[in-house]
Design a binder for this molecule. Structure first.
Ligand code: NAD
Length: 261
């Protein structure tokens, strides 16, 4: 628990399931007020809102497409109107498409970019504009991936988007540091969420993924949420522009783990 987080207001995009839902619940346990964004899973978002309240926080769920300016504006307005302001904006919403790159349609490329990259830009822009207008400190957390660093054949659009999120995070962290606005990314490794459900249902693919993790297991959404709580809190007050990898060591070149090479 981070005592300075109590009563702070957060927006969490894509909060109806997976990592976003775990972050919302952790923020609830920190007694924060959370705007839980969902795209189409209204029931999921309502369930998460109930969990946030049960944990001691306040919550409201809001439908919005993060790839649109009107969507992110609705999220900010809800935070301000319902909870009196905004302190933390978490750009969590994301998706991936697997296809050989020479077969990837322009429509699918644009879809991944719109959500994973433009959505992060729009969310950050909206939050920064608010923080600057209020003249108050602010905190932005972007869900990147180990694939901002590790190439991922057949997921080129996703890797390109997350690589973009890395430099976007570093750039705006520097641009707004003097405004006391901190911007960081979290780079999860393989986490047990719906995005991986199909892959992890297949024992061979599950085992293959585990073999790429030095800690020899898949991560839990709550372990990513713990990083988000730390980055949101003043315990990380001198941290900006980083990617906090929460990956069981996946970014440590596990192919070398027994001294090969
Ligand atoms: P998930 O599929 O379980 O959840 C993603 C959420 O984003 C869903 O709630 C979905 O509805 C929402 N979303 C998608 N498009 C949206 C839009 N246009 N507007 C609003 N919301 C939208 O995935 P997850 O595993 O919880 O992933 C969360 C974030 O973490 C993503 O950015 C993902 O790329 C990143 N990540 C996940 C893993 C992992 O192993 N699970 C690894 C690395 C990075």
């Amino acid at each position: 628990m981070y005592s300075d987080l109590a009563h702070k207001v957060a927006v969490v995009t894509g909060g109806s399931k997976g990592i976003g839902s775990a972050i919302a619940q952790r923020f609830g346990a920190e007694h924060m007020a959370v705007v839980i964004n969902y795209h189409n899973d209204e029931k999921g978002a309502q369930k998460v809102a109930a969990q946030v309240k049960a944990a001691g926080g306040q919550a409201v769920s809001v439908q919005a497409d993060v790839a649109t300016e009107s969507g992110v504006t609705d999220l900010l307005e809800t935070a301000v109107n319902q909870f009196g302001g905004l302190d933390v904006w978490v750009n969590n919403a994301g998706m991936e498409i697997q296809v050989p790159t020479h077969e990837l349609s322009l429509a699918d490329w644009n879809k991944v970019m719109a959500i994973d990259q433009t959505g992060v830009f729009l969310g950050a822009k909206t939050a920064i504009t608010y923080f600057k207008r209020q003249g108050k400190p602010g905190n932005i957390i972007n869900l990147s991936s180990v694939h901002e660093q590790i190439p991922w054949p057949t997921f080129a659009s996703y890797a390109a988007a997350k690589g973009g999120v890395k430099l976007f995070t570093q750039t705006i962290a520097m641009e707004y540091a003097r405004d006391n606005i901190r911007v960081n990314s979290i780079g999860p490794g393989a986490i047990n969420t719906p995005i991986n459900a199909k892959k992890f249902a297949d024992q061979t693919q599950y085992d293959q993924t585990v073999s790429m993790v030095p800690m020899n297991r898949i991560g839990k959404p709550a372990e990513v949420a713990a990083g988000a709580a730390w980055l949101a809190s003043s315990e990380s007050s001198y941290v900006t522009g980083i990617t906090l990898f929460i990956d069981g060591g996946m970014t440590l070149y596990p192919a070398f783990k027994d001294g090969q090479g």
